[in-house]
Design a protein around this ligand. Structure first.
Ligand code: GLN
Length: 254
């Protein structure tokens, strides 16, 4: 079995150790005997979206987002087709913002997003910074259970963004914020979920702190590829204890 991971703009969208998500996806696949291949794709590099199983886009500063947006727009049609065909996507913060209609930056400049998801981002008067705990919405736990992935009720990470993202009516969040700001610090929602596309403000990196979410992404990619097998369980006692400890310590401060 092979897992092909596309990493968009690894040299630009590389804030706060988000490459740790690639390392975690790769490692949790390899621990199961699955060969994981990573294709790094930056400005001007070719990418055939139909040839990858998971696409990862990390976070970045306003400056980097402005630099890459023209190149990203050139990929719009293929990217949209792949998403509608069930491509698994994990987009963190700046990468997440670029999936939407636009990002109105703190300095006043407005850059376009890919526009195929009904969300938009506008910089607030202060940066939203700190730990975040999210109670996952039920659909994700049900999806995990159907794929024989141990559903955990929470996601944990940290946020550092000036952009405040708002979801249109047709989009589901990843869940409700138990601690922190999430999408915008106003409506209590964090992240976005559409088909197999997941957007979130959680850095950490996200996946090492949330092994169950890593497995959900891998399992969805295999389900889409037609593989009938279930992901072998790993001995995650330490990972899950670490996750729970982080969640409790953050919530006990609230
Ligand atoms: N530049 C964007 C913002 O400030 C995204 C930041 C990030 O990726 N952490 O909101």
């Amino acid at each position: 079995m092979k897992l092909k991971i596309g990493h968009l703009y690894p040299d630009l969208l590389d804030l706060y150790g988000d490459r740790g998500n690639i390392l975690t996806l790769t490692q949790r696949a390899q621990w199961r005997g699955i060969e994981a291949k990573v294709q790094r794709v930056s400005l001007g590099d070719p990418l055939d979206f139909s040839k990858i199983d998971i696409l990862f886009i990390g976070g970045g500063s306003d400056r980097e987002q402005d630099i890459l947006v023209e190149d990203l727009m050139k990929r719009k049609q293929e990217f949209k087709a792949a998403i509608e065909d069930g491509l698994v996507v994990l987009a963190i913060c700046g990468g997440y913002q670029l999936l939407g209609q636009y990002y109105q930056m703190a300095g006043g400049k407005k850059i376009p997003g890919l526009g195929f998801l009904d969300l938009w981002t506008e910089a607030g008067s202060k940066r939203l910074i700190g730990n975040v705990v999210v109670k996952l919405e039920n659909g994700l736990n049900e999806q995990s259970a159907q794929l024989s992935i141990k559903p955990l009720e929470t996601l944990v990470g940290f946020e550092n963004h000036s952009g405040k993202t708002f979801l249109g009516n047709g989009l589901a969040s990843l869940g409700q914020v138990l601690y922190g700001n999430g999408n915008n610090g106003e409506d209590g929602a964090e992240g976005m979920h559409y088909k197999n596309v997941f957007g979130t403000y959680l850095h950490g990196p996200l996946l090492p702190k949330n092994p169950h979410f890593t497995d959900l992404l891998i399992a969805l990619a295999f389900e889409r590829s037609g593989s009938s097998g279930k992901l072998a369980a790993l001995d995650d006692q330490l990972e899950l204890l670490t996750h729970q400890t982080m969640v409790q310590r953050i919530l006990n401060r609230s």
